[in-house]
Design a protein around this ligand. Structure first.
Ligand SMILES: [Zn+2]
Length: 385
């Protein structure tokens, strides 16, 4: 049976989350710490020192790389790095094969802030074979996207001789991880390995029958020796400056960032998960594997920011958390990797975690002890595009 944080609505099935003796989750503890313990002034000074050091050492060239997806955080990162601290960044995107038209528009408004941008499209044969394999084996349709962005960036840093990389948030600081993980300023290879982002494998280990390493060149993470020789410095901006999605979107809108007019595609935010169709499917699998989805994530975040009370959050979870991705997104994903919709749903059912999900007398699935209501059958519809 799921156990929930006593302050927010996060269940104990969330990967990497932990609870203290009062039943408070590590993300809520961290949120408190961010308000009371962390010395933001000194962190900001440290950031300024890093920016100054790299700016001075690289006159006339790019000062840093900003990995961008086309979301609101990308625009915010460019705002801070270029407009506030006057660095000359190179923006780099892994071009997902499932990019949405809104994602494309928002990337253009980011470029219009006055930055050079590399929009790299890795070999679709490699992308699709690996995506299919990861989906069927792990129920994860975005593994390749994570593998790609986390590998492409150090590769470009090396090839272009740009040591400083300015990532956005530290997800473990914002959404819950162990104290050790949530307080690290850098995103390096060990960070990826320790958090199982890549299912404990590097691309070389994914190469087996049917997959060709040459089709996945950009996914190979460079060696530590090469990165050390470059003085590779991949920092989380969210470690040095307080991070808030809502603040970021307000700033991004000033630069032309557009939200989804019809409301959130999944969860509570009309400004999130807009750039890639597959990420929405990726989130949905959390519902099957862990018994929660984006409404839980977003509502918990809003509680931590003091903008939502727990009772309203529970109601939102009950009404919306199990929504399925738009049918069009699922169709597009099936076409992309060459499976039928029937195969998609049989794979989805394979990943429904029966430690959490039980069946009622009508043979319908429900989450035992769900915060939205026990024995509520999973009858959620698809989001309408
Ligand atoms: Zn909590």
């Amino acid at each position: 049976m799921l156990k929930y944080c006593t302050l927010c609505v996060t269940p104990d099935t969330r990967p990497h989350i932990s609870f203290d003796n009062h039943g408070v989750c590590s993300a809520c503890q961290k949120a408190k710490e961010k308000e009371t313990v962390i010395d933001w002034k000194s962190r900001k000074k440290n950031l300024e020192k890093i920016f100054n050091d790299f700016k001075l050492s690289k006159a006339g060239r790019y000062d840093c790389i900003i990995p961008v997806s086309g979301g609101k955080d990308s625009t915010y990162q460019v705002h801070i790095v270029k407009n506030k601290y006057k660095l000359n960044p190179l923006c780099v995107t892994f071009r997902t094969l499932a990019r949405t038209p809104r994602g494309e528009e928002n990337l253009q408004s980011m470029r219009d802030m006055g930055v050079d941008h590399i929009d790299i499209s890795p070999n679709p044969l490699g992308v699709n074979s690996l995506t299919k394999m990861a989906f069927l084996q792990f129920g994860d349709c975005s593994l390749l996207d994570h593998l790609a962005i986390y590998s492409i960036i150090p590769n470009f840093a090396l090839r272009l001789g740009i040591p400083l990389v300015v990532w956005g948030e530290n997800p473990w600081m914002e959404y819950g991880g162990s104290p050790k993980d949530s307080d690290i300023p850098r995103l390096n290879r060990n960070f990826l390995r320790d958090h199982d982002i890549l299912k404990g494998r590097h691309v070389e280990e994914w190469v087996q029958s049917g997959l060709n390493l040459e089709d996945l060149q950009t996914m190979i993470y460079p060696s530590e020796e090469e990165l050390d020789a470059l003085n590779y410095t991949p920092i989380f901006l969210g470690y040095y400056l307080p991070w808030d999605a809502k603040q970021n979107v307000d700033i991004a809108k000033k630069y032309g960032f557009k939200v989804r007019e019809k409301g959130p595609i999944m969860g509570l935010y009309d400004y999130a998960d807009l750039d890639c169709m597959n990420i929405v499917i990726h989130h949905y699998f959390k519902w099957l594997k862990f018994g929660f989805n984006r409404v839980t994530d977003n509502a918990s975040n809003e509680i931590r920011k003091g903008r939502l009370d727990r009772e309203t959050a529970i109601k939102l979870v009950r009404d919306k958390d199990g929504f399925k991705p738009p049918k069009e997104y699922i169709q597009a994903f099936c076409d992309q990797i060459g499976i039928s919709e029937k195969e998609f749903w049989s794979t989805a059912e394979k990943f429904r975690n029966t430690n959490i999900w039980k069946k009622n007398s009508k043979d319908e699935w429900y989450i035992e002890g769900w915060i939205g209501g026990d024995e509520m059958p999973d009858r959620f519809p698809h989001t309408q595009l």
